[in-house]
Design a protein around this ligand. Structure first.
Ligand code: SLL
Length: 174
């Protein structure tokens, strides 16, 4: 295997979350379930491509990251059952419901050909809209419903230095 020296190739990604308030109907349905009764939001945390046009109203592209990402592990708060969620194929995302914000650890493992070590990112799962008062308090439900879905995304770049020639071929064939 041959490394291509002095070459850097990067792939733009975005990671973060979208959150929606559960409908009245959903909250009614959850009311009788002790483990779901306090849940107020449905959220999706994801790693997506920033290289392609977004799909419909989704944040980030559905462009396949699988040619360089092998696995993404989302480590959720310990209040969730099986908090380590391992996703082995695109889309690399987890959808859950809950009531609270917390820090999600996102571990990105690359395909073997990349010979690159795991990349770890942290994302603060955001459920509550920023309010004009700037108060740290959780806004009341009716205020949050009016504000609409919450989006919290960050841009980053995965950088491959001196890539192996076979990996470079894999990356650039797409
Ligand atoms: C705290 N940062 O104040 C928060 C923790 C935990 C969030 C937030 C669902 C848990 C479940 C959920 O929203 N957990 O019902 O399974 O400590």
């Amino acid at each position: 295997r041959v490394r291509i020296r002095n070459l850097t190739i990067y792939r733009p990604i975005i990671y973060g979350n979208t959150a929606y308030i559960l409908s009245d109907k959903e909250r009614e349905k959850n009311a009788t379930n002790p483990s779901l009764k306090d849940h107020t939001h449905r959220w999706t945390v994801a790693v997506r491509s920033a290289a392609s046009a977004p799909d419909s109203d989704q944040v980030g592209g559905a462009d396949d990251l699988s040619h360089f990402i092998r696995r993404v592990t989302f480590k959720l708060h310990d209040t969730y059952p099986n908090p380590s969620r391992v996703i082995d194929k695109a889309p690399f995302e987890v959808t859950e419901t809950g009531w609270g914000e917390f820090e999600v650890q996102i571990r990105i493992q690359f395909v073997a050909e990349a010979a690159e070590k795991t990349m770890t990112l942290f994302h603060h799962l955001k459920l509550h809209p920023w309010t004009i008062t700037g108060e740290a308090e959780v806004p009341p439900l009716d205020v949050a419903i009016k504000a609409g879905p919450v989006h919290s995304w960050q841009y980053d770049e995965v950088v491959f230095n001196d890539p192996y020639s076979n990996f470079l071929t894999m990356l650039t064939q797409h």
